[in-house]
Design a protein. Structure first.
Length: 370
């Protein structure tokens, strides 16, 4: 849900036109605005030092900074750690970045998920060893909404070796679900502005000071020199506003989307529409629902629903143009015949129950005509 007009107005009336690196009053004003949001994010995620939060252009950049930057650091130090463990259901921002590291000689060890989409502790533990450089497991899957037991997984990794970097993609949990990621065991998290109603092209990375990364970019000292270049001051200020607004309405919005999601599922059953929910029912985000409608190809459903004004997608929005079955669903052993009939429905605080009713009607008609 986009940040409110009032918040936009508040940001625009702050006079944030200065360069935050400048020493004059206008520059200092802009720098202070950035640092206020840094502190706000730091407090929200339970970090003890705002200087561990770095603003980026989004989650993909943050994932690259931490994954590539840390491995580059290890390589420079001549470390023997040459394995990266990633869950099979990571967003491409992490998954593809990890695989790109093969060209530097890193070996990727994937942790499978079970049919419900969970990473199982035993599967992770059996892969952790003296060669492990980092482990990447996301908090909430963007296609199925499945919530991973991040703290349990991270605690197990730290129990074996505290020197392994544990990275968590927190995009789908930040400011949406109650924040419960324990930064005593999770070393790095990152989030995206547009997922919480801030501007596209904003986001941030948290990295515990016990770990350091080699810079990927050069040319300035901004954001701890990890992300040089003049900061997106307005975007960062709006990120702070969006976080604040999400926090204020957190409980009500959560309950609202949960009711919408439940009524969609109940409505499908009541209308006798054949469907299957993909991913765990119990521990999943109410903001995301992956449904398969056996016999109705997703491609057709997407076109028809789009024509009726419903913006649903297939898998992650970033790869929805692909014709291949979702990697996430394949990892959950969903047969291709079913995953080809699966669509992802995202809910927002803006949605109304009348829209759920209208979607149910549309799905019923599509089912009849297919
Ligand atoms: N990780 C997850 C789980 C996401 O859902 C997304 C975006 O949809 C990203 C990473 C990438 O975020 P960004 O678009 O800010 O790079």
């Amino acid at each position: 849900m986009p940040v409110s007009e009032t918040a936009r107005h508040r940001v625009d009336s702050q006079g944030l036109s200065g360069n935050p690196s400048s020493q004059h009053v206008v520059g200092v004003h802009a720098r202070r605005a950035i640092n206020r949001v840094r502190k706000q994010v730091s407090d929200h995620i339970g970090s003890d030092d705002p200087r561990q939060v770095y603003f980026t252009s989004g989650a993909t950049e943050a994932a690259n900074l931490v994954i590539q930057g840390y491995l580059r650091r290890l390589r420079d130090e001549g470390s023997n750690r040459n394995e990266i463990i990633v869950s099979a259901v990571e967003h491409p921002a992490v998954y593809q970045t990890a695989y790109a590291m093969e060209r530097w000689g890193y070996r990727i060890r994937e942790i499978p998920v079970n049919r419900e989409g969970y990473v199982e502790l035993g599967e992770l533990e059996s892969r952790v060893g003296p060669s492990t450089a980092m482990v990447c497991v996301m908090a909430v899957n963007n296609e199925t909404g499945v919530i991973q037991p991040i703290n349990t997984l991270a605690r197990a990794v730290k129990g074996v070796d505290p020197g392994i970097l544990f990275v968590c993609d927190a995009v789908q949990t930040f400011a949406k679900l109650r924040w419960d990621i324990d930064l005593h065991v999770v070393d790095s998290v990152f989030m995206s502005g547009h997922k919480i109603g801030a501007e596209k092209g904003t986001g941030c990375l948290y990295l515990n000071r016990r770990f350091s990364i080699a810079p990927m970019f050069y040319g300035g000292v901004q954001e701890g020199s990890f992300r040089p270049g003049t900061e997106n001051v307005r975007g960062i200020a709006l990120f702070g506003e969006a976080l604040q607004e999400n926090v204020e309405v957190f409980q009500d919005r959560f309950m609202h989307v949960q009711t919408l999601r439940r009524s969609l599922i109940a409505g499908l059953s009541e209308r006798g529409i054949l469907f299957q929910q993909l991913g765990a029912m119990d521990r999943s985000s109410p903001y995301i629902l992956m449904l398969a409608f056996p016999g109705v190809p997703a491609r057709i459903m997407l076109e028809d629903l789009d024509a009726l004004g419903f913006c649903v997608s297939r898998g992650s929005a970033c790869s929805s143009h692909k014709r291949t079955p979702s990697r996430v669903l394949s990892a959950m052993a969903v047969p291709e015949s079913l995953s080809n009939c699966a669509i992802r429905i995202s809910f927002s605080g803006d949605n109304q129950s009348s829209e759920v009713e209208a979607l149910l009607e549309a799905l019923a008609e599509l089912g009849e005509s297919s």
